[in-house]
Design a protein. Sequence first.
Length: 173
Amino acid sequence: MPLRCVVALGANLGDRITALREAVRELAATPGIALLATSPVVRTRSVGGPEGSPDYLNAVVELSSDLTPFELLEVCQGIEHRHGRTREVRWGPRTLDLDVICVAGVRSTDPRLELPHPRAAQRAFVLRPWALMDPAAELDGVPVARLADAAPDREDLVVTEHTLRPEEPPCAT
């Protein structure tokens, strides 16, 4: 039976909006995954990364998936790799980042994939777009909108005019 999943997307190098849109298209085209919803795109300063890192564009998508959480993680990492993602510096600048935030009813403490994502509840760049996409969303029984209002990075977040609808043509940022 398909499970609902939330995946966060971010990019702060290159043509960020095109990378995010292409990632959404690739997720939606993956057998066993159906795209249910996309959030607005937000711009944020880098959180936890090297000083002076470029701003990020961030969004979330809701999926329905027949894949296991680890198969979904593998799909996300494959998409990152195809978009030139490298992992030299923890939380460093990146062309594309996809994080599995939650998979309905699944908890995991596996170091390869902790579910729900261990830092999602403190990150406005995940929470605000998620709440805009689904105002009734909850993370561990707490309204996502309430978590977003309390997140330490909430002041640095700006909702952009960009969307990630797969049918939209790419545009410059």
